[in-house]
Design a protein around this ligand. Structure first.
Ligand SMILES: Cc1cc2nc3c(=O)[nH]c(=O)nc-3n(C[C@H](O)[C@H](O)[C@H](O)COP(=O)(O)OP(=O)(O)OC[C@H]3O[C@@H](n4cnc5c(N)ncnc54)[C@H](O)[C@@H]3O)c2cc1C
Length: 417
């Protein structure tokens, strides 16, 4: 089998590696990193880690393998790109070749890792085999597909730049878009599509949009703000069947209603990619299970980003990935560090109703208390002892309270610890 770590393999190979000017010394107490460090995935986690590693160590050998094209892009930009008139090309940043040069790493685009032999420390890919010293699974998550009957060609989901390009292509000549999913990503796309002139219908299980994250008052205000953009709602409902109609598709809902649409965007959540990790004998649950050092159940194999499960939780946002990158970078370079997650508010990109939230920890008993503002509301989640442990801020005026409420939550958390 071809060993793809040999330079004969044609990828975006670097002709003249650029070595950063500042040469950091490895502290004497550190164990030397086992090389090469191989990262599977070129998303925010994969490239972010490669960049942090290179900044901390100008010499360590780093390889990034990705089944995508390897271009840098911002995934959060995908759900706000239409209203900004951005094509997929406009959202695409550095090429893999430019990244190789900037970071002095090797990137293997369109390279699918099919199997990990953890005993031999070798990867089996569609290009050949590769050895690793330490391995990081930054392999992300994929859209959940509901079992919908009929003509599922009408369905698509957007989880990477290629999907976004397909969405843009499919929207040409289209007027009516149905969104399956009333959660955070579904609402962001509803805002983006409706403000770009499409007739949007949202189909979702919740009593109100983003029911799992918002108290009813906030959910209703978000619903109203998006309705004012023209969004229509089919809540407490789901899609059962898609049939071609004379013009577009007829969507049959669980309650017997039907909706006409030209395209269906599925946004019902993501599921961590587990199958590759399983080939290595790595323990998985809902995600790839990692300890506080982001190490999997197999020594020398770590995981980061949307694919992980830590303390039983999935953390599919950028802020926890940033925390993970900082800790894992040190660990891989021989100074093991535990990751710690501060309170991390999430900004929801619904310009019709600017929204920022800090969800309370799942299972904390308490209640939401809402106060109306001039253009929205501020809601706090108080536990049974009256301590603030989460919030929702909707509307421009409420955003001004973000730092104060975050500070209160941090104080309450410190008091418990
Ligand atoms: C539309 C949208 C909007 C979002 N908006 C926000 C936001 O506003 N704020 C926020 O905090 N978060 C947001 N998120 C979530 C955030 O973008 C993700 O948490 C983050 O981008 C995940 O990065 P990742 O590197 O873990 O995974 P990904 O970006 O999914 O990268 C996974 C990588 O693994 C590679 N891969 C997988 N399997 C293999 C294999 N077998 N072989 C080789 N390569 C493989 C893929 O090619 C890919 O490069 C949003 C998500 C979406 C979908």
């Amino acid at each position: 089998m071809l060993d793809i770590s040999e330079p004969v393999v044609a990828t975006a190979a670097v002709s003249a590696p650029v070595v950063p000017a500042v040469q950091l010394q490895t502290p004497p107490a550190a164990t030397l990193p086992r090389q090469p460090i191989v990262i599977i995935g070129s998303g925010y986690a994969g490239y972010g880690l490669a960049q942090a590693l290179r900044k901390a160590d100008p010499k360590v050998e780093i390889r990034v393998l990705t089944q995508e094209s390897g271009h840098l892009y911002s995934k959060p930009a995908l759900s706000i790109g239409l209203a900004q008139g951005k094509s997929a090309a406009a959202l695409s940043g550095e090429t893999p070749l430019a990244i190789e040069k900037r970071l002095n790493i090797r990137v293997y685009p369109h390279c699918t890792v099919e199997r990990i032999d953890s005993a031999a420390q070798r990867l089996h890919t569609n290009f050949g085999e590769m050895e690793y010293g330490q391995l990081v699974l930054a392999s992300g998550a994929q859209p959940i597909r509901l079992p919908i009957e009929g003509d599922t060609a009408a369905l698509l989901s957007v989880n990477n730049l290629h999907d976004y390009q397909r969405l843009r292509e499919r929207l040409v000549g289209v007027r009516r878009v149905a969104i399956l999913g009333d959660g955070l990503i579904g609402c962001e796309f509803a805002n983006d599509l409706a403000s770009s002139g499409f007739a949007v219908s949202v189909i979702g299980l919740g009593h109100w949009p983003m029911e799992r994250l918002l108290p009813e008052e906030a959910g209703r205000q978000l619903q109203l703000a998006l309705s004012e953009l023209g969004v229509s709602w089919h809540l407490e409902n789901t899609l059962q069947r898609i049939e071609p109609a004379e013009d577009g598709y007829r969507l049959s809902l669980a309650d017997g209603q039907s909706v006409e649409a030209d395209l269906v965007l599925s946004a019902v959540g993501l599921r961590p990619n587990l199958s590759l990790a399983e080939t290595a004998g790595v323990a998985v649950g809902r995600g790839i299970q990692v300890d506080a050092q982001l190490q999997t159940s197999q020594p020398g194999i770590y995981a980061l980003g949307d694919c992980i499960e830590i303390d039983g939780q999935l953390l599919p946002y950028l802020a926890p990935i940033n925390q993970g990158i900082q800790a894992l970078c040190k660990t891989l370079l021989g100074r093991p560090v535990k990751v710690s997650y501060p309170l991390m508010p999430v900004t929801v990109k619904t310009p019709a109703a600017p929204l920022c939230l800090l969800p309370p920890t799942v299972g904390v008993a308490g209640e939401w208390r809402c106060t109306l503002t001039a253009d929205g509301l501020s809601a706090g989640y108080y536990d049974i002892e009256g301590a603030l442990c989460g919030f929702v801020l909707l509307g421009r005026q409420a955003q001004l309270q973000r730092n104060t409420l975050l500070q209160s939550c941090q104080n309450a958390q410190r008091a418990v610890a």
